[in-house]
Design a protein around this ligand. Structure first.
Ligand code: CA
Length: 501
């Protein structure tokens, strides 16, 4: 049987925030509505129906505030829109249009550091008596001499210089990532109030649904982990006063033991382990690697609080494009999204993954312009950067994929809508099978009150025949070469079957 054979499904539900799908957009590269080469907010508004068509329930915008850099992770004005992207009125219109379509909007909030061009920092570096001095972290050169170039490289930063010379010699400032991103000083109550007021502004005056909190682990240095956890609890309490159902998702780039203590302050946290283990599992053809890892993460988080959102990702703006990670194997790639969408959590999809965009570091090249149509007809394609990996030669533009039932786009769309219409896939518990399967078989159950599914993926490169699990004889969804007969199922290379009780 060929791909995408599925039976009619229940009606769709919006499972956001606990288990809905969020689409990550880099505005700069998404849709350019005014022809200046840079994607913009009005472009996103034009494409909201596309986001709905894909089946996403929310959008996360990478930074949209004024900043001197193309990626905008160094902010110069926390209460404005970058002029390249449009105006505050454009953004409010986008919010209104999104909410009419039942799409939530969360924005990147970068409060660990500002830009060194921020007016606060320009004041702060003027001298020890400046009223903004303590908005940042300063130290006398002698006291930190041993630490200036002793930072350890971490998963989220390869910078080794954490103290920076502003050019006056005596005092150095702390900047975890780079000198252009001085860390804000959260020991200063005045700075904290400024940050809470920025949150209030976006929630109350503008109307966003929540924030993605960048670099949440670095508010205080690593040796002050407890202060980090406490800060986010305070932040959550302050934001909840303004908007009781505020959505907060944190970036804590680390293993589960380091991530989990942030849960009381940041109820949703990105599951970076999921991303790495998904790729490792597929490349090693070791099916249970991901299942066991994910079960371990969920059990661990549950032991801390049952009130958490597992923000799973198959890739994001900091990772090589997933198709590159899977050696451009299109069957593996399709299976990866079927795994993401059939696992627990609230999955995030990075823009362009649904059309199989390509990209490797440096970062600019994993953030290339979306291909809406063939270049000669593509009115909205951004041109601010020359694409190296995602060109008409290497990626089939969306307009053509829409016409092809076997395209990446139609696969993404089908599997996302299947998840939205299946309580077991969306909110069912993850259960490990009692049976033992050959190593390339990834097997797990998803059980909700009204639906029980047994999920089987053959992540190997040759066909495997296995007995159907007891009680699960009905096919709910199939991907790739699957043959069901006589109580057995034969799963071809990178094929999957979801069985229903
Ligand atoms: Ca534009």
């Amino acid at each position: 049987m060929s791909s995408c054979d599925q039976k009619p499904t229940n009606s769709e539900k919006n499972y956001w925030p606990k288990a809905g799908v969020t689409y990550e957009i880099f505005v700069q590269s998404f849709y350019d509505s005014d022809g200046d080469g840079i994607g913009d907010l009005n472009g996103v508004t034009e494409k909201l129906d596309y986001v709905s068509e894909l089946g996403a329930n929310a959008i996360w915008f990478m930074p949209i505030m004024p900043s001197p850099s193309y990626h905008k992770y160094d902010v110069t004005d926390y209460k404005a829109i970058h002029p390249d992207y449009g105006t505050m009125d454009d953004f409010k219109r986008l919010l209104d249009e999104a909410h009419q379509r039942d799409i939530k909007i969360i924005i990147d909030l970068i409060i660990n550091h500002s830009s060194s061009e921020h007016p606060w920092f320009k004041e702060s570096k003027k001298g020890r008596d400046n009223p903004y001095r303590d908005y940042y972290v300063w130290a006398q050169k002698d006291t930190i001499a041993d630490f200036i170039e002793k930072k350890v490289i971490t998963l989220d930063s390869d910078n080794i210089t954490q103290w920076h010379d502003p050019g006056f010699g005596e005092d150095y400032y702390y900047g975890f990532f780079i000198g252009g991103m001085p860390d804000l000083n959260f020991d200063n109550p005045k700075l904290r109030q400024e940050i809470y007021d920025i949150g209030r502004f976006w929630l109350e005056e503008v109307g966003v649904d929540g924030f993605r909190l960048d670099a949440a682990k670095h508010i205080y240095p690593d040796d002050r982990a407890a202060d980090n956890h406490e800060f986010w609890k305070d932040f959550r309490a302050e934001m909840t006063k303004i908007k009781p159902d505020v959505y907060l998702v944190g970036e804590v780039y680390d293993k589960k033991e380091v991530v989990a203590p942030f849960l009381p302050g940041l109820p949703a946290l990105f599951n970076f382990d999921f991303h790495y283990t998904l790729i490792e599992s597929l490349n090693k053809q070791d099916g249970m690697l991901l299942v066991n890892k994910e079960k371990g993460v969920l059990d661990y988080y549950n032991s801390i609080t049952p009130d958490f959102i597992d923000a799973t990702i198959s890739s994001n703006h900091d990772q090589p494009r997933l198709l590159n990670e899977l050696n451009a194997d299109s069957e593996k790639y399709k299976q990866a999204i079927a795994i993401l969408m059939s696992m627990p959590g609230a999955p995030y999809i990075y823009y362009g993954e649904e059309i199989g965009m390509l990209g490797l570091k440096p970062d600019e090249q994993i953030r290339e312009p979306f291909l809406w149509d063939v270049q000669s007809k593509d009115k909205g394609r951004a041109t601010w950067i020359k694409p190296v990996y995602s060109t008409d030669k290497t990626v089939t533009p969306l307009a053509l994929q829409k016409e092809d039932p076997s395209s990446y786009f139609n696969h993404y769309k089908d599997i996302i809508h299947l998840r939205n219409s299946s309580p077991a896939l969306a909110i069912g518990a993850l259960e490990l099978p009692n049976e033992t399967f050959p190593k390339p078989i990834m097997a797990y159950q998803r059980n909700s009150e009204n639906q029980e599914l047994f999920i089987l993926h053959n992540i190997g490169d040759s066909a495997i025949e296995i007995d159907l699990p007891k009680g699960f004889e009905n096919s709910y969804y199939q991907l790739g070469d699957v043959v069901l007969s006589g109580g057995k199922v034969s799963l071809g290379k990178n094929s999957s079957i979801f069985l229903e009780k």
